[in-house]
Design a protein around this ligand. Structure first.
Ligand code: SF4
Length: 224
């Protein structure tokens, strides 16, 4: 999904991390165009369309953006999409950003092999495991879960009781070493019902996480 060595940058902005272990902290977001999944409840479908308006950016362009953010006090950079790991030069970008002293977090969709990205220097992963309501569970690489360490996050977005049941099975089968977050699809499931499910199943090591930016800004707002 990189064209002629250029990254397809759909947007970039500084906001707060809406989810993951650094939720609430300022972060530079680099959103890349294109995804190999098509989740039913995707809220960034616009960035996945083949004809989306995007900027062709080199590693050096992206580091320039990161440098500006650093000067403004931002220490986190989140590579997101779409699916950022589909961008051809992503390993070089990750290494360069880590070399600048930034904490690099990759939001990845669970369908990409993480093994090539787990050598040093290592970014932090927030990996989705797509549950049945997404329509994409068949593409999940469950073997990635064992590659996630204590700084990483396994996120499961739930839209229904069926999703919660499946999340419980994934957790009990794979016993992740990383933090595990359950997150509701905004407007499709009551967070209170998710808490009841967690109590019912004794999920003491799992956290409920609400997407902060959906509560602070209009849920459809871009660049926040
Ligand atoms: S993986 Fe993420 S970006 Fe891709 S379709 Fe699903 S929700 Fe959208």
């Amino acid at each position: 999904m990189t064209v002629g060595g250029w990254f397809r940058l759909a947007e970039h902005f500084v906001s707060i991390n809406g989810e993951g272990q650094r939720a609430g902290e300022l972060a530079l977001f680099l959103r890349f165009a294109g995804c190999d999944l098509n989740c039913s409840w995707c809220d960034t479908k616009w960035a996945n369309r083949p004809d989306v308006l995007c900027t062709a950016a080199s590693v050096s362009d992206l580091c320039g953006i990161a440098d500006e953010a650093w000067s403004a006090g931002v220490r986190n950079v989140t590579l997101t999409g779409g699916e950022p790991l589909l961008q051809e030069g992503i390993r070089e970008l990750i290494t360069t950003l880590l070399g600048m002293g930034l904490r690099v977090e990759i939001e990845t969709n669970g369908a990409e092999d993480l093994a090539p990205f787990t050598g040093e220097p290592r970014p932090v992963f927030t990996m989705d495991y797509k549950l049945p309501s997404s329509g994409m569970e068949r593409f999940m690489k469950a073997e990635n879960i064992r590659l996630l360490g204590e700084n990483d996050t396994l996120k499961m977005v739930c839209a229904s009781r069926k999703d919660l049941e499946r999340a419980y099975t994934v957790i009990t089968e794979h016993r992740p070493k990383c933090r595990v977050y359950l997150s509701p699809v905004f407007g499709m499931i009551e967070p209170a019902d998710m808490v009841e499910f967690m109590k019912e199943k004794g999920l003491g090591d799992v956290r409920l996480q609400l997407q902060l930016h959906k509560f602070i800004w209009d849920p459809q707002e871009r660049g926040v």
